[in-house]
Design a protein around this ligand. Structure first.
Ligand code: ADP
Ligand code: ADP
Ligand code: MG
Length: 472
């Protein structure tokens, strides 16, 4: 690959992940950072770093002018946006290209078409992919919504077309609630995403979230199997795995073929994910949205296929045709990912902040850690709480869960609390062990007092842990 200077416009674990892929490809990695991220691991590992502004994301990681200025200063040839922030902004993609650089992702038109959730629904319908019953596009006003809802049926969800990360979704059990919630949803979407468009979708009860990873070069697309992401809290994924314990080979083939068909229908370029709701009982699946970027949970796919998704997306972006053929993509074993968020699961997931005092990661066979943490790192309070991902592979699902328990036992972090303790309980839970869950399972599980962590203060025989210590 020709000498290329890659600007990485993100932070945290995903910036580290992209630096590593860039270095392995022989690209020069240049990390952008805010003032408070000057001492981040990504900055330390990257070949170069450039400050793009103050801590507040609006002034740095979301500040297109500042980013393009920095890109020019450092002579960047290509820009990788990671996930979140500007990764699904058509304006950013357009302006990166207008400035003469490569955007590592689909072009602005594709992001508009598939990254906008209402438009992606219409595209899926046109491509013959089943979608959740709902409005044809965005609803105009309350009257329009009420008429549409009568056809769609209650309960339903009001979703922001530009929403993401579990935000911008409200539910309505009946017409009265719809009348009340719709204007609030529109105003909220306008304030949060700069776009007030909302659409309606029937609420599917007891569904699983199963998504398909794809890679495309504009001419053809391949799938890299599915990820099961049903264990969620507040519509955000907490624990992911691949393959899904719910699919047999026939169902898997149907789902993955649908994803490839949709990706090829739009001439998709780059790595992307098609998200579906899956009904265990009927075997029906419904497309819900596409993420036109690398996703948080991509490592489970990498673990079972042996394919480096970030490397592939960089290659395609830099003009190489997709080297992978569908036949060459096989899977082996089982992988699970545990998101470690700096939150206290025993205290309502209250944000936990602090400095990493002592840190020991699990090692040994089948273990991967993606993180920006290191001893002495002081976590800035401005950003997402995801601080690490613990990914575990083994030959079978049961072995992977046993290994996950072993890995969590080796993990020690003092300085603040993470969700590791929650995962330690989840990987031993009978429903998780059986693979018997859907998108509402984890919230019900968290509400059940039987699943509360044993409070050390009520167990006098155990010495109380040091303050702020986390030992899963
Ligand atoms: P994934 O879809 O990759 O599993 P998430 O949906 O949790 O991951 O989103 C990844 C990150 O991007 C999170 O930090 C989330 O808050 C953020 N994010 C995703 N979409 C948006 C959006 N439209 N607006 C703001 N933040 C977003
Ligand atoms: P985001 O853009 O925030 O990721 P999604 O549309 O992917 O939003 O939905 C997030 C989660 O909300 C899904 O993973 C699922 O758990 C739940 N969800 C979304 N749509 C529906 C639906 N129609 N019925 C039931 N649950 C849904
Ligand atoms: Mg989603």
């Amino acid at each position: 690959m020709k000498a290329t200077r890659l600007l990485i416009v993100n932070r945290g674990e995903i910036a580290v992940r992209i630096v590593r892929a860039a270095q392995e490809l022989g690209l020069t990695s240049i990390v952008t950072h805010s003032e408070v991220d000057a001492d981040s691991l990504a900055v330390t590992l990257a070949d170069e770093a450039v400050c793009i502004g103050p801590a507040q994301a609006a002034k740095s990681y979301l500040n297109i002018d500042a980013i393009l200025d920095a890109a020019k200063r450092v002579g960047a040839h290509a820009v990788h946006p990671g996930y979140g922030f500007l990764s699904e902004s058509p304006e950013f993609a357009r302006r990166v290209v207008a400035a003469g650089m490569v955007f590592v992702g689909p072009d602005a038109e594709l992001i508009e078409r598939m990254g906008n959730k209402a438009q992606a629904r219409s595209t899926a319908i046109a491509a013959g992919v089943p979608v959740v019953p709902g409005s044809a596009g965005a609803v105009v006003d309350v009257q329009d919504a009420v008429v549409t809802a009568a056809e769609v049926g209650f309960p339903l969800l009001i979703k922001a077309a530009a929403g993401g990360g579990g935000r911008g979704i409200r539910s309505a059990a009946d017409e009265a609630e719809l009348r009340h919630q719709l204007p609030l949803a529109q105003a909220e979407a306008q304030a949060a995403f700069g776009d007030g468009a909302v659409y309606l979708e029937r609420y599917i009860e007891r569904a699983r979230h199963i998504e398909v990873q794809i890679l495309g070069d504009g001419k053809r697309a391949v799938h890299l199997f599915e990820r099961e992401c049903s264990l969620q809290r507040r519509r955000q994924k907490v624990f992911e795995e691949s393959p899904s314990p719910a699919l047999d080979e026939t169902a898997r083939q149907r789902l993955c073929a649908s994803a490839v068909a949709l990706a090829e229908y739009v001439g998709y370029v780059a790595a992307g994910t098609l998200e579906y709701l899956y009904d265990d009982d009927s075997g029906e699946f419904f497309f819900i949205e596409m993420n036109t970027r690398i996703q948080v949970e991509h490592p489970v796919t990498e673990m079972i296929t042996g394919i480096d998704l970030v490397r592939e997306m960089l290659r395609v972006a830099l003009g190489e045709p997709l080297s992978l053929t569908q036949d060459a993509i096989t899977r082996r074993g089982w992988a699970v990912e545990m998101r470690l968020n700096a939150e206290d699961p025993d205290n309502g997931f209250f944000p936990s902040l602090g400095t990493v005092e002592r840190l020991t990661w699990p090692t040994g066979p089948g273990i991967r850690v993606d993180t920006g943490l290191y001893e002495g790192y002081r976590m800035p309070p401005y950003y997402d709480s995801l601080v690490a991902k613990l990914i575990v592979w083994d030959e079978s699902r049961e072995a992977a869960l046993n290994r996950a328990a072993r890995a969590l036992g080796e993990f020690h972090l003092t300085g603040f609390t993470t969700t590791a303790g929650l995962h330690a309980r989840l990987v031993q839970d009978p429903a998780v062990r059986c693979g018997d869950f859907h998108t509402a399972t984890l919230e019900a599980w968290l509400d059940d007092p039987a699943n509360a962590a044993t409070d050390p203060s009520t167990r006098p025989e155990t010495p109380a842990p040091a303050p702020q210590e986390t030992r899963p």
